[in-house]
Design a binder for this molecule. Structure first.
Ligand SMILES: [Fe+2]
Ligand SMILES: [Fe+2]
Length: 325
């Protein structure tokens, strides 16, 4: 098993988990969400990079941004519940999980459950009438995809691509938080504070989770036979294609925007829908989401594993060679 740079030992990670522990009540739930502000840094939302975004009025842009920020919260809930909590519970049924790793993963699961609670409460605060049943309103994953994902994740020892999903999205999540904190520093009155705060608290745990994912890579993924890793590479590449060419959050946001601003239904939303495919080849969008600036460690890990070579032709802002140098 390869030792990994920049990754704390399990003992250190377990100690930090105790030292930095916080509960949901640490966040200020009494502070109202400000509807006159953006809820996410403008350049963090993929729709900002669509040419027709410029045609929205300031009020429409703000609402687009708010809906997108809610979509980000919903997506995080979906990923953490499905790819992390359910999967890790299954992994922990194995008898051979080393004790420090078991402790770390038990904490990891508790923290992800806490995170989903934090994000649901933020959503409820933002749109109190929408989330009475805690169902997604913006991040609309097609039913067939949900069924496929559930089936695949029910066998986490056979289909090990979920480890790559965890690695990529947990580093991406850390980058979301950095973007929020940078925006707050630049303009404390810019982005709504509740959305910034939930990301800030999420960051406190995720920075550790990202290191734990790499322990999982070493312990669970690396010893697997080549055929299983090749299968994981293919599955992860297919999944990433869905993020390089995003549809779910923008689709949900456009549907909601059309309901709230009927003038957009005739030209601007259809134009945005047709522009969506172009995001996958937009250098600005790649700089945001798939770059050395946003996910450097995930990219460096991808470069170590030849079964992930199918990813590189999709990426515009990075090459495999630069991470191998
Ligand atoms: Fe989380
Ligand atoms: Fe996490």
């Amino acid at each position: 098993m390869k030792p990994r740079k920049d990754v704390g030992t399990l003992d250190v990670l377990n100690r930090k988990a105790v030292e930095n522990a916080f509960g949901v009540e640490a966040l200020d739930w009494a502070r109202p969400v400000e509807r006159g502000r953006f809820w996410a840094p403008e350049q963090l939302i993929s729709m900002y990079y669509l040419p027709s975004y410029a045609k929205l009025s300031p009020e429409e842009k703000r609402r687009c941004n708010q809906l997108y920020a809610m979509g980000i919260c919903e997506q995080i809930i979906w990923l953490e519940e499905n790819f992390l909590v359910k999967t890790l519970r299954r992994v922990l049924k194995r008898a051979d999980v080393p004790a420090p790793l078991r402790t770390a993963l038990d904490t990891f699961i508790d923290e992800e459950i806490k995170h989903t609670e934090m994000f649901w409460r933020t959503l409820e605060k933002a749109e109190p009438t929408w989330y009475k049943r805690r169902e997604f309103r913006v991040y609309l994953v097609p039913r067939a995809t949900r069924m496929l994902v559930n089936a695949v994740l029910s066998l986490p020892k056979l289909f090990i691509a979920w480890i790559w999903v965890a690695i990529f999205f947990e580093e991406r999540t850390v980058d979301y938080c950095r973007n929020y904190l940078k925006a707050r520093k630049e303009d404390p009155a810019g982005i709504d504070e509740s959305f910034t705060e939930v990301q800030e608290f999420h960051f406190k745990d995720e920075i550790r989770h990202f290191q734990l994912d790499q322990h999982l890579l070493t312990w669970l993924y690396d010893p697997q036979p080549a055929w299983k890793r090749r299968l994981a590479g293919k599955m992860f590449t297919a999944l990433m294609r869905g993020y390089v060419y995003p549809k779910n959050i923008p689709g949900g946001v456009m549907a909601m925007l059309g309901e709230e601003f009927p003038r957009l239904r005739t030209e601007i939303i259809p134009a945005m829908r047709s522009e969506l495919i172009g995001l996958g080849t937009s250098r600005d969008f790649h700089d945001l989401a798939f770059s050395r600036g946003s996910v450097p460690k995930a990219m460096a890990l991808f470069a170590e594993y030849p079964e992930l070579d199918g990813l590189w032709p999709m990426f515009l802002a990075v090459t495999k060679e630069e991470f191998q140098a």
